[in-house]
Design a protein around this ligand. Structure first.
Ligand SMILES: Cc1ncc(COP(=O)(O)O)c(C=O)c1O
Length: 399
């Protein structure tokens, strides 16, 4: 029996069985052709079955699929870490690979906490955002603030000990630093766009102020760009606008091909672990970190991103989306939000979206609204016609 995600198994609707996927299309066993409007949880930026990524993986497969990084290394992981060091802004040069976004968040938090322990600091508090989502492992749930995902584990008390949640407002940020500043190890944010917490968008000035305060109070700034990285907000990385100390990437890292993630530290954080004292080492090592197939897919994915000017593609998606959504309104809609390759229609009552998934399916679109949010995060290779179809289906639901 398969235990499916985020679902009550007693009442689960049968999932669609996919037999083939190509470009932005999913093909079901019973003959449906669906445009994937959510890019398999926001990861498949080049679409499915991309010939060059397929070839990159096959080529590596002929050499070997995986060797551990404990005592061993290999060319794909070396090349990927070199590429990331060159490609990412500032001195975000030190790559710790892992197998999922949640684990990469764990690693980032562990780095920040141990960075402080290593320097003999007793700081013990983490600043995080209201409505944050950072994954489903335990520390990620603690810095997360989403009862809709983690209700079974309580909302306060023990679970949140040592974590302070604030809204994305500068006065609240300043107040938190004034109150907790000398106890803070780090602040972790999904920069500009909070995904699973409801596609909430906020201004870069909040991040700029966070950077200033982190400098002033000697606190590490962590950007969880698992969802926002690789262009989703219309910026290559939000880290291009404001430089964090630790950056977390996942999802689109491998073009959505193979679960892999990376926690990238700057020189200062790295130096905090370099010591003659063995207890200052970072004690973490997922079995599949730096998997050779994943690294090969990631290298090809980044090559395509640069070579085919994906930032232009994303600007086009944003322009078309703004054009198509202009003038759209409905009394049941609370707000329409658009940023880069993300559009969200937030309704006032979650019941308004009951049945939308089936409605979209019948019109050739795979959609997965959640709570009060109907959204699209399409693969960047989508054609104008396909994107207009997705947006039309979203609007038609209200007419
Ligand atoms: C911002 C953010 N961080 C972390 C994660 C967790 O990533 P994974 O599902 O690969 O563990 C997600 C997943 O949606 C995410 O959106």
């Amino acid at each position: 029996m398969i235990w499916y995600p985020y679902a009550q198994m007693k009442t689960l609707d049968a999932p669609l069985k996919i037999v083939r996927a190509e470009g932005v299309h999913l093909y079901t066993e019973d003959g449906h052709d669906l445009i994937d409007s959510v890019s398999s949880w926001w990861s498949v930026i080049h679409g499915y079955s991309h010939p060059e990524i397929n070839a990159a993986i096959s080529g590596q497969l002929e050499k070997f699929a995986h060797v551990m990084l404990g005592g061993l290394t290999h060319e794909p992981v070396q090349k990927l870490s070199d590429k990331l060091a060159e490609w990412l802004p500032g001195d975000l040069d030190y790559c710790f690979f892992s197998d999922s976004g949640s684990v990469a968040v764990e690693v980032a938090l562990k780095m920040a906490l141990q960075f402080n322990t290593n320097r003999g600091s007793g700081r013990d508090t983490i600043l995080a955002l209201e409505h944050a989502y950072h994954g489903d492992t335990f520390k990620a749930m603690e810095v997360g603030d989403d009862e809709d995902y983690h209700f079974a584990f309580g909302s306060s008390g023990e679970k949140k000990r040592g974590v302070v949640h604030i809204p994305t407002e500068i006065p609240a940020l300043e107040k938190a630093f004034a109150e907790y500043g000398d106890r803070l190890t780090c602040i972790i944010v999904e920069p500009l766009l909070q995904g699973a917490g409801g596609m909430r968008m906020y201004d870069v000035s909040f991040l700029e102020r966070a950077r200033q305060l982190c400098n002033e109070y000697d606190v590490l700034l962590i950007f969880d760009e698992v969802a926002t990285g690789f262009g989703r907000t219309g910026n290559r990385f939000v880290s291009d606008l404001v430089l964090p100390d630790i950056l977390v990437l996942g999802k689109a890292l491998t073009g959505g091909y193979i679960g892999h993630a990376v926690t990238v530290a700057n020189k200062r954080v790295w130096d905090g672990f370099i010591s003659d004292d063995p207890t200052h080492a970072l004690m973490h090592g997922p079995t599949f970190m730096g998997n050779a197939l994943a690294c090969s897919a990631a290298l090809k994915s980044i090559e395509l991103f640069e070579r085919e000017d994906y930032m232009l593609k994303i600007r086009r998606i944003e322009e078309i989306t703004k054009r198509e959504m202009a003038g759209f309104s409905d009394p049941r809609v609370r707000e329409v939000r658009i940023m880069g390759g993300c559009v969200c229609i937030e309704v006032t009552d979650a019941k308004t979206l009951d049945g939308f998934r089936k409605f979209a399916y019948e019109r050739g679109v795979f959609s997965r609204p959640f709570l009060k949010y109907m959204y699209a995060m399409v693969p960047y290779v989508i054609s104008e016609g396909e994107l207009v179809t997705v947006l039309d289906v979203m609007k038609e639901w209200f007419t």
